[in-house]
Design a protein around this ligand. Structure first.
Ligand code: SF4
Length: 411
């Protein structure tokens, strides 16, 4: 009987990419990869530790799976096991613990002879968009972030490898390539040469960054990226706070003004350049005034989307030791306020799209409505008489604000 393995993956796209890569290697070695909740011989839990919720979810899953098949081997890997192996050791159902840099050891543990196989990027949610991991590791040590402790090995995929991976994905039909990494902007030698090389590949496809760190790129650098016509007019740039004092306490290396300079460069280039962001609410010591600066920055930047989340202490991090931690009530109230401001900002931005024509990559259909993303990452919904237009580019005239995006008519 064929051996079976099941993956449970939490957290970021890099984790998902790594699980996918391991799954492909298992398949090449003759194993069957079964869905998350199926009975399997081996359960691999690829953990995340960005939030407390992820820690808890990992623990719950481990226990559930061992009940499903008490003879199964449970292997836990990833950021939670790297940063807090002691907590995992306490879970008696766990058989092996691996960190973030030795995930491939899983094959040695299981006595599997590895068969060389080619691993292509992918997107678990779509057959139109594929990810390529171009970088791993972060050494920036933002004071709230555990990642540099969990992902401390810096690695950049050579450009020829990225190009050949992209070519295969494009040939196999993907229309959008998303470049990901733990901190993509730390790609050795900068990301511009990567975009330059990919932009030269012929074909009707587009390129997008999963995110870019303003701790690494500034307005001048971003300007150098804008000339590449296949690069989407969208950046995810985590600002984290609008207050310079808090940005500094976060050990991040820019000011609110420098951040807004990046936004300006993008919007001077294209007034509908989509910018999405993350903001931490109620960081230790955040005053009403600091909070108001985050609100003001959201107004100024007119983000397409704001992901606001309350500060939570992470192990090893400096900010966890700061004594001016804020109460859950303050966190809750401020988070609500920022979400509202984020929604308003998004509405203001999307209103500017009314009457414009957008090139949309069609991804799904639900009822009568097709759905896809514009170049600037706005969700676009539209009706069309055409059949089977998934994974094609369509020009849509935007007529209304709709849900989290806009509604339009196919031209
Ligand atoms: S740049 Fe900062 S927030 Fe981003 S992964 Fe590195 S340490 Fe964490």
């Amino acid at each position: 009987m064929q051996n079976t393995v099941s993956f449970f993956t939490l957290g970021c796209r890099v984790n998902q990419y790594e699980s996918h890569s391991l799954a492909e290697q298992f398949k090449a070695a003759g194993w069957l990869v079964v869905p998350e909740d199926d009975i399997a011989d081996v359960y691999i839990v690829n953990t995340c530790t960005v939030t407390h919720l992820a820690d808890r979810k990992s623990r719950q899953y481990i226990r559930r799976m061992k009940r499903l098949n008490p003879n199964a081997k449970v292997i836990v890997m990833g950021c939670y096991s790297e940063t807090n192996p002691a907590a995992i050791e306490k879970i008696e159902e766990v058989d092996y613990i691996l960190g973030t840099n030795d995930k491939e050891k899983v094959f040695d543990i299981l006595g599997i002879d590895r068969v060389p196989c080619r691993i292509l990027g992918f997107d678990p949610e779509s057959r139109t968009r594929a990810m390529i991991q171009i970088q791993s590791g972060c050494n920036r040590f933002c004071s709230y972030c555990v990642i540099p402790y969990a992902r401390n090995v810096m690695w950049s995929k050579p450009i020829p490898d990225i190009v050949s991976e992209a070519k295969e994905l494009i040939e196999s039909g993907y229309k959008e390539i998303v470049l990901t990494g733990i901190n993509t902007a730390l790609y050795e030698g900068g990301v511009e040469p990567v975009i330059k090389a990919l932009n030269e590949i012929p074909g009707d496809f587009r390129l997008r960054f999963g995110s870019l760190e303003p701790t690494v790129v500034d307005a001048e650098y971003v300007k150098t990226l804008l000339k590449y016509d296949k690069l989407c007019h969208h950046f995810h740039l985590s600002v984290q706070s609008g207050s310079d004092r808090i940005i500094k306490a976060m050990n991040r290396r820019y000011t609110a003004k420098e951040y807004l300079d990046i936004v300006k460069v993008c919007r001077d280039f294209d007034p509908l350049f989509g910018i999405t962001t993350d903001i931490i609410v109620a960081f230790p010591g955040e005053t009403d005034e600091d909070y108001q600066k985050s609100v003001d920055l959201i107004k100024k930047a007119e983000f397409l989307h704001v992901h606001a989340f309350p500060y939570s202490k992470r192990p090893f991090t400096k900010a966890a030791e700061y004594d001016d931690q804020l109460s859950p009530d303050v966190k809750k109230a401020r988070n609500k306020g920022l979400i509202l401001q984020g929604d308003e900002s998004s509405l203001a931005f999307r209103s500017k799209m009314l009457g414009t024509a957008q090139k949309v990559l069609v991804e799904t259909k639900s009822g009568k409505l097709w759905h896809g993303h514009a170049d600037n990452y706005t969700d676009v919904y539209f009706e069309s008489d055409k059949d089977d237009i998934i994974n094609t580019f369509q020009t849509i005239e935007i007529t209304e604000i709709y849900k989290d995006g806009v509604l339009g008519i196919a031209k």
